[in-house]
Design a protein. Structure first.
Length: 200
């Protein structure tokens, strides 16, 4: 477990969540997610090594907009965490994301879930954000990068896609596997998430 330090002389495996529930320009929601992944794969110093299927998931919070299309990818990169996050934000901007309201419907969302086993800025701050009530999460925005993503263990729309290729991945702070985190969520919440087929 690393806390607040990063050596950038070798590549690191990172997890990135991708989602959309609004069409972008001439692209549908599913095509928008695919386009975001194409831009990420084409970026310098980044390569996608594994990816999940696409899944249709209810909007979060409930009734906040149309259903999402979600996926998770594993990338290898030599970029430090802040630079990788900046790249994700540039891709969002290129596709047309405008950050107005927290957790609102959005044309694209790229979330950095993890960067190796790094914990940022430290275990105490991460734990505070992981334990924060949902209503406080809605109102507050972190003033720094927090890794791993403080809500990944609570989100079926992240964990279900992760099960496609990383069921044994362990949370750097809790040590829980993806399969264990998913098993702790309400069954009804998990069952709402459906893998898309080529015709969807």
């Amino acid at each position: 477990m690393l806390q607040g330090t990063y050596v950038h002389n070798s590549s690191t495996k990172c997890l990135v969540a991708v989602g959309s529930n609004l069409e972008s320009r001439a692209l549908g929601v599913k095509e928008t997610v695919g386009f975001a992944l194409e831009l990420l794969a084409a970026a310098e110093n980044v390569s996608i090594v594994r990816r999940s299927r696409f899944f249709r998931t209810p909007a979060f919070p409930a009734d906040s907009g149309p259903d999402f299309v979600n996926a998770v990818v594993e990338v290898e990169t030599t970029l430090p965490p802040e630079a990788l996050l900046a790249l994700l934000h540039r891709i969002e901007a290129e596709i047309g994301r405008e950050r107005r309201e927290r957790w609102a419907a959005r044309v694209i969302d790229l979330d950095l879930l993890s960067h190796g086993d790094l914990i940022l800025p430290d275990a105490t701050v991460l734990d505070q954000w992981m334990r924060m009530p949902v209503e406080d999460q809605r109102r507050r925005v972190p003033d720094r990068l927090i890794l791993p993503h403080p809500r990944l263990q609570d989100r079926a729309f992240v964990l279900v896609p992760l099960m496609d290729f990383a069921a044994e991945w362990r949370h750097p702070a809790t040590g829980l596997k993806v399969s264990e985190m998913l098993a702790a969520l309400p069954v009804g919440e998990v069952s709402e998430i459906v893998a898309l087929t080529g015709s969807d």
